[in-house]
Design a protein around this ligand. Structure first.
Ligand SMILES: NC(=O)c1ccc[n+]([C@@H]2O[C@H](COP(=O)([O-])OP(=O)(O)OC[C@H]3O[C@@H](n4cnc5c(N)ncnc54)[C@H](O)[C@@H]3O)[C@@H](O)[C@H]2O)c1
Ligand SMILES: [Zn+2]
Length: 295
């Protein structure tokens, strides 16, 4: 891959089609890369404290260098933020900043920020466009693409939300360098899922190169993220609202959700970790039922 140019994957959704730009050094070029998607030359960046501490200033500086005025909303990190209370707080802050219907929100963080800011964008003033700048491996390979947005409720995870596609996704692999190792490994649970979803060659590649991906080797990361995004883009283009084929993306997730529910959806077991265990359990269960040969 040409590191400068990066790789671009198109999500073909007719009038709501968009591009996922994957590569290195992209945050520093955010002004130039996001400008075409920001008609009013101002934006509100929604992020969490960890991401803001590591990369917030760099993103703001890059946007400002591109002539884009930036307000930054920094949320508390963690799944609890993806709640009705978190949503109400975020909407109040967007209103206080007088975000207009023609403005666009930038979701800068992992799946928590992406799901919450995406849902806020779906309902703020009856809907504004938003851009995903995912900063975890899980968000880059999975949650930033496909338009599922949601918050959790007392009755369970992701029970209130909307399908709201981003208008652009910018995945800078460099930001993964500051991601805690455990979070990177959890994201790999979703990567492995894509390997099992009907791309044996990619699964084989992961068996040989998984270590390099987890070591943060740029070329390996780029290939893994791009391949997952290509597969997700294709599935989402065929079945945006999960009436059929998109359910494939839930491989391992029935077991995963049961395990997460039992462990309280928190630090005890991260989502990607639950997916990795869930894929192994789904395989064993299928082998027991005789629908998947054990070898
Ligand atoms: N919408 C979808 O299609 C979809 C798909 C899968 C998962 N999800 C949702 O995604 C959420 C999980 O997302 P996640 O795993 O990205 O978790 P997360 O957003 O909580 O991020 C994990 C941790 O890493 C920190 N972090 C993020 N980027 C960092 C960076 N570059 N450097 C240092 N620290 C960083 C965060 O502050 C947080 O503490 C769940 O709520 C899940 O339901 C949504
Ligand atoms: Zn998942």
């Amino acid at each position: 891959m040409n590191a400068e140019a990066g790789r671009r994957v198109q999500v073909d959704l007719g009038g709501r089609a968009y591009e996922v730009h994957i590569g290195t050094g992209l945050i520093d070029r955010a002004g130039e890369l996001l400008a075409p998607h920001l008609p009013r030359r101002r934006t509100v960046v929604v992020t969490d404290r960890h991401v803001a501490d590591h990369h917030g200033e760099r993103l703001a500086a890059a946007l400002e260098a591109g002539g884009i005025a930036v307000d930054m909303i920094v949320l508390p990190p963690g799944e609890q933020t993806k709640s009705f209370a978190g949503l109400e707080d975020l909407i109040a802050r967007l209103l206080a900043l007088k975000l207009d219907r023609g403005d666009r929100i930038v979701a800068f963080g992992g799946g928590v920020v992406g799901d919450l800011a995406g849902f806020a964008a779906a309902i703020y003033k009856r809907g504004v466009d938003f851009i995903q700048v995912p900063t975890t491996l899980l968000a880059q390979v999975d949650s930033s693409v496909g338009g599922k947005t949601a918050i959790d409720t007392a009755a369970g995870k992701n029970l209130v939300g909307a399908f709201h596609q981003p208008c652009f996704v910018l995945a800078d692999l460099d930001v993964l360098a500051t991601l805690p190792g455990r979070e990177l490994r959890a994201g790999y649970g979703e990567v492995l899922k894509y390997g099992l979803l009907g791309d044996a060659a990619f699964f084989g590649w992961l068996e040989a190169n998984g270590g390099a991906v987890l070591a943060g080797e740029a070329g390996a990361l780029a290939h893994a993220v791009a391949r997952c995004v290509e597969m997700k883009a294709q599935i989402v283009a065929e079945d945006e609202r999960e009436s059929g084929r998109r359910a494939l993306l839930n491989l391992g997730h029935t077991f995963a959700h049961a395990l997460e529910s039992e462990t309280g959806f928190g630090e005890a077991l991260l989502h990607g970790e639950a997916v990795a265990v869930g894929c192994a359990l789904a395989f064993r269960f299928s082998a027991e039922l005789g629908v998947c040969p054990p070898d």
